[in-house]
Design a binder for this molecule. Structure first.
Ligand SMILES: [Zn+2]
Length: 216
């Protein structure tokens, strides 16, 4: 685990995950040295598998000299071997950014009008739109706050409207009223059934993540 240093010449064809080899992370100035955080190819693999589409890496590792040349910030995660700018074939950058949110990525950068999404493996989640100074909580279109606790029928908790919004997007006929009643519970159960989850009508972490991924 952690960041490892590779040689483009010697290790270029070494596979880091089923679909990603060392050479895909090389610096665009063709330097031999390549730094790669072992978590990065695993994240990209999850994205590849989810969309079942090729992931093209525009830029991953950058030597400090190359980073300076392209005007990158000096503490860039690209220089640390912890970042990749990616394009998923046939999938909009916004959808990629939204899906990345459901994974254990650290930084996720979405640039309106650009095809790539920046993904990095820093320890803490940061999402931004267009520039690093424009930090936002989420790329989701849902106007309601995501639940921060387990939701079940008749509990008054923040986040029920979020669940209802997602269920409606997936075809459930219910009103977004923020009240977790019988109709919401039934819709949760039928969603859980469809996905092969435990059909308890309770929205814990697994069901919450599944709702998020299904709506994207
Ligand atoms: Zn980047």
């Amino acid at each position: 685990m952690g960041v490892k240093t590779y040689s483009l010449k010697k290790d270029g064809n070494v596979k880091l995950s089923p679909n990603f080899a060392v050479k895909e992370f090389h610096c665009n100035d063709n330097s031999d040295e390549i730094k790669i955080d072992s978590n990065l190819p695993l994240l990209l693999q999850q994205i590849r598998d989810h969309f079942n589409a090729p992931v093209h890496i525009n830029s991953a590792y950058r030597t400090p000299a190359y980073n300076a040349k392209v005007g990158g910030v000096s503490n860039s995660y690209h220089v640390k071997g912890m970042a990749a700018d990616i394009v998923v074939s046939g999938i909009s950058a916004k959808r990629v950014a939204q899906y990345a949110e459901t994974l254990s990525c650290g930084g996720i950068g979405w640039y309106e009008g650009k095809k790539f999404v920046h993904i990095d493996t820093r320890p803490k989640r940061v999402c931004w739109k267009n520039s690093g100074s424009n930090v936002r909580k989420t790329f989701s279109d849902c106007p309601y706050a995501e639940p921060s606790s387990v939701l079940r029928m008749n509990t008054i908790a923040h986040g029920t409207a979020w669940v209802q919004w997602h269920l409606r997007k997936l075809g459930a006929k219910l009103t977004i009223d923020g009240k977790f009643g019988v109709i919401t519970k039934a819709a949760v159960i039928s969603f859980q059934k469809r996905l092969g989850l435990t059909t308890d009508g309770v929205v814990g972490e697994k069901t919450r993540l599944a709702l998020k991924q299904e709506v994207i």
